[in-house]
Write a protein that binds this ligand. Structure first.
Ligand code: NDP
Length: 343
């Protein structure tokens, strides 16, 4: 069975590629340049079951046509993971909304045109951001479930980069469900979405920490590099370990009960203060050198600054236990410290 993974060079996707190869699947990944693709092939020791294709920019209409025209008939499963995850822009439509929405539409259009008879399962990596905007996620009167939707419009989500990122995930996910509704008779695939909270955990390859870290891992890296008494932004929300996000991508297409479902991936709520407490407790080399914040104040902060999540449906569907926050943070920071020590 051959699985297509878009954005295969990213933080989450590299774990997915690894897990797919380990499970015996053939993988076709897409990356943005020959150089990046060659790097990935080398990392996986030129595994004969892995090949890489170039998709330079998912913002461009029909971005996936070329690869699906050539290879669509090999592909049974599509995992669409590529999407911009950064906040360094003031042109929210160009840099966040349009690539997210066009990427989702163009991969589904390419399946319809070139692989309608072969692709049986599609998994789109969405986000908790599609379930609630960045303001609602802090509302302690709200309970978010697999049924929830971010209530922002295309216009209102452009208030700032974080809101626009959340909007990009909402409108991209909506585009996928709408596509399926409108094309029910011309494609045969079922659709599932993965809606993770903040994703932490070790990089598949430690080298990824050297050449520009992904956004969510950057939150932990900043704490590891903080200074005694230094200020920090207390991020809060649901978290999930990257290794569980990867496992869920496989379950989403392997387990037929996941067809048509949105999988809300959250182990628990977290805040940066709780991560600092763990770093100070678990790493003697960091204790006293990094900021302490107000140790122990995490739970009361979350009580006031976070909505609640009920993902019991997802947990039942997936049936495996997620990594807890302490293990996730210890594994994330251990890898960061190893790379720092080598430098
Ligand atoms: P990364 O930034 O590591 O991965 C994003 C991937 O998408 C990269 O491979 C990137 O390529 C590719 N990409 C971005 N923009 C374009 C574009 N215009 N054209 C082609 N490729 C593009 O982040 P993550 O691994 O964290 O994110 C993966 C997915 O998971 C995303 O859909 C994200 O929204 C979702 N997600 C992530 C969460 C998190 O906390 N990390 C939480 C919830 C959802 P390149 O690096 O070469 O630009």
């Amino acid at each position: 069975i051959t699985v297509f993974v878009s954005g295969a060079t990213g933080f989450i996707a590299l774990h997915v590629v690894h897990d797919l190869l380990k499970a015996g699947y053939k993988v076709i990944g897409s990356g943005r340049s020959q150089e990046k693709n060659d790097g990935i092939l080398k990392k996986f020791n030129n595994n004969p079951n892995l090949s890489m294709e170039i998709v330079k920019d998912i913002a461009i209409p029909n971005a996936f046509d070329d690869v699906f025209q050539r290879r669509g008939r090999e592909i049974k499963v599509v995992l669409h993971i590529a999407s911009p995850v950064h906040f360094k822009t003031t042109d929210f439509e160009k840099d966040l909304l349009i690539p997210a929405v066009n990427g989702t539409k163009s991969i589904l259009e390419a399946i319809k045109k070139y692989a309608a008879d072969t692709v049986e399962k599609v998994v789109v990596t969405s986000s908790v951001a599609a379930l609630a905007n960045n303001i609602d996620i802090k509302n302690n009167n709200l309970v978010i479930t697999e049924e929830s939707w971010n209530k922002d419009t295309w216009e209102s989500c452009q208030a700032d980069a974080v809101a626009a990122y959340c909007g990009s995930k909402k409108f991209a996910e909506q585009a996928a469900w709408n596509f399926l509704k409108e094309n029910q008779s011309s494609v045969k695939f079922t659709l599932s979405t993965i809606n993770p909270g903040f994703v932490f955990g070790p990089q598949m390859f430690a080298d990824s920490l050297k050449d520009g870290i992904n956004s969510s891992s950057g939150i932990i890296a900043q704490l590891v590099r903080s200074k005694t008494g230094g200020k920090f932004y207390n991020y809060s929300g649901p978290f999930i370990d990257v290794r569980d996000v990867s496992k869920a991508h496989l379950a989403a297409f392997e387990n037929s009960e996941c067809a048509g479902e949105r999988l809300l991936l959250s182990e628990d709520l977290f805040c940066s203060q709780e991560a600092l407490d763990i770093l100070n407790e678990e790493f003697p080399q960091l204790k006293g050198k990094i900021t302490a914040g107000e140790p122990g104040s995490g739970p009361s902060f979350l009580e006031k600054n976070s909505c609640r999540f009920d993902n019991s449906k997802t947990k039942k569907l997936l049936g495996f236990k997620f990594h807890n926050f302490r293990d996730c943070i210890v594994d994330t920071a251990s890898q960061m410290l190893e790379v720092q020590n080598e430098a």
